[in-house]
Design a protein around this ligand. Structure first.
Ligand code: BDR
Ligand code: CA
Length: 314
């Protein structure tokens, strides 16, 4: 962990694991979260925006939240009610939001923060990359003020939405290609590590006893687990790994490699093609996460949720 708070913007589509990522980012006390932007992905953008507002209000934080893209750059939206329910965040009652949304769009908020910040900012996208690609197309100069992008998406060796592709990249592969080719330093926190980021049933029970916020997150994990327990012994908390990796880079191990995004394959749309052997001759453009210290990751989540509960937010 480093001294001083890390300036970040979280671009998300809550989403159960996005919610845990937000809890980790705000509860850890390690971040200066400049803004939260939302995108269509796990559900419609109206739902992901409402979910972000409700969840952030529930955990007692105050931050500007801006609504982003309603659909991918070139394609129809694919959503994931099979994983996240019809609202995108089924499983608990978060009550009404006391946070009001921003009058600005996600791209307006991202542009303003990046143009005016005196320090470089890390972007943490945990949904499809539509907002970030749109930002880079509309205001390419802001890339200079991006410290790095640590994104949840892709994989070197597997898929989840299709055999070849991870959901976030599958939904908007053209946006992903723009981001991967942007020249900004990228860490890809993909399924290679997030399928190791399992929270087990006994850990969910421990969270449930940890207070109001721990209980709500446990209820969210109960719903999310309906889908994931068919495949794993716990729930992969994908998006929270990207936040953890910014906070504690040693929690993952990476290799610096070239990654290309497949946009038009018949069976491979959204595949992140990782050149392990350098056969393309292309320069590395991405730190590909391949290993994870699961126990330390889970400790970070418990610690953040405990701090949120102790802060006494109601
Ligand atoms: C990713 O897809 C979504 O369902 C999750 O929120 C995560 O960002 C995992 O493939
Ligand atoms: Ca997500």
């Amino acid at each position: 962990m480093r001294d001083g708070k890390i300036p970040v913007i979280i671009d998300c589509d809550p989403g159960h694991d996005d919610a845990v990522a937000l809890a980790l980012a705000f509860g850890s006390g390690q971040f200066d979260v400049k803004g939260v932007t939302t995108v269509a992905g796990n559900s419609t953008v109206d739902n992901t925006y409402a979910n972000a507002l409700k969840f952030l209000s529930f955990i007692g934080v105050c931050v500007e939240v801006a609504k982003g893209a309603a659909k991918p750059l070139l394609r129809q939206l694919t959503v994931a009610p099979n994983v996240h329910g019809t609202t995108g965040l089924d499983g608990t009652d978060l009550g009404d939001s006391r946070l009001k949304g921003s009058g600005r769009s996600a791209v307006e908020l991202l542009t303003e923060i990046l143009r005016t910040s005196s320090e470089k900012i890390t972007l943490i996208p945990t949904g499809p990359l539509t907002n970030i690609a749109t930002l880079f197309l509309a205001a390419p100069e802001v890339k200079e003020n991006v410290e790095q992008i640590v994104l949840m998406g892709g994989a070197a060796l597997e898929g989840n939405w299709t055999p070849a592709a991870e959901f976030n990249i599958f939904v908007d592969p053209e946006a992903a290609r723009i981001v991967f080719e942007s020249g900004v330093p990228i860490t890809m926190v993909g399924l290679d590590v997030t399928h190791k980021a399992l929270i087990y049933p006994d850990e969910i029970e421990a969270l449930r006893k940890q207070g109001r916020i721990g209980k709500a997150i446990a209820e969210l994990m109960d719903f999310y687990g309906i889908f994931y327990r068919k495949q794993f012994k716990g729930n992969p908390v994908h998006d929270a790994v990207a936040v953890a990796a910014v906070m504690c880079p040693d929690i993952i191990s990476t290799q610096h490699l070239n990654v290309s995004v497949e946009t038009c394959g018949e069976f491979t749309r959204g595949m992140t093609v990782v050149d392990f052997r350098g056969v393309t001759g292309k320069d590395p453009n991405c730190n590909v996460a391949l290993g994870l210290d699961r126990e330390s990751f889970i400790d970070l989540i418990f610690d953040a949720v405990r701090k949120l509960d102790e802060s006494g937010a109601v």
